[in-house]
Design a binder for this molecule. Structure first.
Ligand code: PLP
Length: 443
C-alpha cells in the first residue's frame, strides 16, 4: 500500500511519515465490559504467571542475593513526584491541578534494571519449568524450584541454550536469568545496543553476538540460529505470551501500592498511565493487566519516538506487524535505544485495539530534557528511553487533540481527582560515566 492509501485509512499517517509529533486517539477503543470477552487472554493467564513468580521466588532469592530481602519477589517502588509535577506546569504549561503525579520505578528493578525483568524472567522460568518437568527433575509444575540447584539439574541445564534478540534491556534480563540458572545464554544485539550492556552481559558469562543492522536483523538471524538447534529456546519478543503475562503481573502489584498511597481509582478518580513503547510487549502487558483490574477507570497511553513509532503505525493502519516505519520513509533510528523498534508485535497490537486510549510520539531532544528535569526536581535518574512517558501527561493536559476524549468520557471534572503515572522503564544499571554523558547531551 502506498502512503496515499494509508493516509486514507487514518490521516495521522501523514504526520507520522513526516516525523511530526502526534497525539493519536485510538478509534477502536470500546468499553471494557465489551472488550474483555473478546480478548484471547484473561485474568487466569495473569494469575498463572503471578503464581509462578511466587513459586520461584525462594530460588531467585538464592541465585540473586540482592533480592533476598524481598524474598525473591522483584518489585519496584511507586514514588510520588510533586516537584516534577510543579515543573511540568511551570516549564511545559501542563497543569495537573489537584491531580497527583507518580513515577512507577521499574527503572530500579533488581538484577535487570528495567521493566524487562518482569516479562523476561517469567518467560525463562516458564521454559525452565517445562524442561524440568520433561526431564523428570520436577514431578509437577508445583514442585520445589530449589531442586534446580541440585548438581544433576545444573548439569542438565548446562546442555541447554536460551537465546534472545534485543536492543539491550531484554538481553540483559534474559541473559542474566538464564546464565544464573545454568543455561548457555546467547544474546543477539542490534547496533543500537549500548556497549556497557554488552560488557555487563559478558562479565556474567553471557555470549553476546553483535549485528551491524537494526533490531529486525538481530531477531531474524538470532531466531534462525536458535531454531536450527534442538537444545535451544528462543525468547520471542514479538509473539511470546509468557513475556506478556510476566509484564501483566505488574498491575496487581501496583494496585497494592496505589492503595497504600491512599489513591482511589473509580469513575470520579480516574487513573492515567503512560508507558514508553518499543515492540509493545512491556507496555501492552502492563496495560492489559491494568485494564483487568481498573477497567474503564484506567486510561493508558503509549509513548514512542517520532522515528520509531511502529505501534501507532501498526494500530492506526490496522496492519500491525505487516508494516514497518521504513515503509513510510522513517529511519527507525532514535536516541531512545529501548524504543528503537521499526515493526510492532502483532500479538500485542491486536490485544490493544479495544483497550488503548491512544499514543503520543515525541522528538528525541525531549527525552534528555525530561531526564534532566527529573534529576533536578526529584533527584532521580532514569534512562533516556524511559523518559518518553512524561510526554503522556503533558500532552493529555495541554493538547486540544485529547479534548474529544475528555468530553466523550466525561472526564473534565474528574481530572481534578486524577492520578497520573509515568512508567519509568529502565535505568538502574547505567554506569555513572554514561549517566554523565546523557546529562550532557543536548539535541
Ligand atoms: C524494552 C523497553 C521498553 C518497551 O518495551 P517493549 O516491549 O519493547 O515495547 C521501554 N523502555 C525501556 C527502557 C525498554 O528497555
Amino acid at each position: 500500500m502506498d502512503l496515499k492509501e494509508l493516509i486514507k485509512i487514518d490521516p495521522v499517517i501523514a504526520d507520522l511519515a513526516e516525523a511530526k509529533e502526534v497525539c493519536w486517539l485510538n478509534p477502536k477503543k470500546i468499553p471494557f465490559a465489551e472488550a474483555k470477552d473478546k480478548l484471547v487472554f484473561g485474568p487466569a493467564d495473569i494469575e498463572e504467571a503471578s503464581a509462578r513468580l511466587q513459586r520461584f521466588a525462594p530460588l531467585l532469592a538464592k541465585i540473586f542475593p540482592e533480592t533476598a530481602e524481598q524474598g525473591g519477589i522483584i518489585e519496584s517502588p511507586l514514588t510520588e513526584i510533586p516537584a516534577m509535577k510543579a515543573l511540568l506546569k511551570e516549564k511545559y504549561g501542563a497543569d495537573l491541578g489537584t491531580g497527583r503525579l507518580f513515577l512507577k520505578r521499574d527503572s530500579d528493578l533488581a538484577v535487570a534494571g528495567s521493566v524487562k525483568a518482569r516479562g523476561g524472567f517469567h518467560d525463562v522460568l516458564k521454559h525452565t519449568e517445562d524442561l524440568a518437568l520433561e526431564a523428570g527433575i520436577f514431578s509437577s509444575r508445583e514442585d520445589d524450584p530449589m531442586k534446580l540447584l541440585q548438581p544433576e539439574a545444573i548439569a542438565f541445564f548446562k546442555k541447554h541454550k536460551v537465546q534472545v534478540a534485543s536492543t539491550g534491556n531484554l538481553g540483559v534480563s534474559i541473559g542474566m536469568m538464564s546464565a544464573h540458572l545454568g543455561y548457555q545464554a546467547i544474546v543477539h544485539m542490534s547496533a543500537d545496543a549500548k556497549q556497557w550492556k554488552k560488557d555487563y552481559l559478558r562479565a556474567h558469562g553471557v555470549t553476546v553476538i553483535e549485528y551491524a543492522g537494526d533490531y529486525g536483523k538481530a531477531i531474524t538471524e538470532g531466531r534462525a540460529i536458535s531454531d536450527a538447534d534442538p537444545d535451544s529456546y528462543f525468547v520471542d519478543d514479538e509473539n511470546s505470551k509468557e513475556l506478556f503475562m510476566g509484564y501483566a503481573v505488574a498491575a496487581e502489584r501496583l494496585q497494592k501500592q496505589l492503595a497504600d498511597e491512599g489513591v482511589t481509582v473509580d469513575e470520579a478518580h480516574p487513573l492515567f498511565v503512560t508507558i514508553p513503547c518499543g515492540v509493545g510487549g512491556a507496555p501492552g502487558g502492563v496495560a492489559f493487566g491494568l485494564k483487568q483490574i481498573y477497567g474503564d477507570n484506567v486510561h493508558v497511553l503509549f509513548a514512542e519516538p517520532v522515528q520509531a513509532c511502529c505501534m501507532v503505525l501498526g494500530m492506526a493502519t490496522g496492519l500491525h506487524n505487516q508494516i514497518c516505519v521504513q515503509d513510510i520513509g522513517l529511519s527507525g533510528k532514535t536516541h531512545a535505544d529501548g524504543l528503537a523498534v521499526g515493526r510492532a508485535s502483532s500479538l500485542v497490537g491486536k490485544i490493544m485495539e479495544p483497550l488503548l486510549t491512544g499514543e503520543v510520539t515525541l522528538e528525541d531532544y525531549k527525552i534528555y530534557d525530561y531526564m534532566r528535569d527529573l534529576r533536578d526536581t526529584e533527584g532521580l535518574f532514569i534512562e533516556p528511553s524511559s523518559c518518553a512517558g512524561f510526554e503522556g501527561p503533558v500532552q493529555f493536559i495541554k493538547n486540544a487533540a485529547f479534548a474529544p476524549y475528555i468530553e466523550k468520557y466525561g472526564l473534565s471534572e474528574a481530572l481534578q481527582n486524577a492520578s497520573h503515572i509515568v512508567w519509568a522503564t529502565g535505568g538502574k544499571l547505567v554506569p555513572e560515566e554514561v549517566r554523565q554523558a546523557f546529562y550532557n547531551t543536548h539535541l
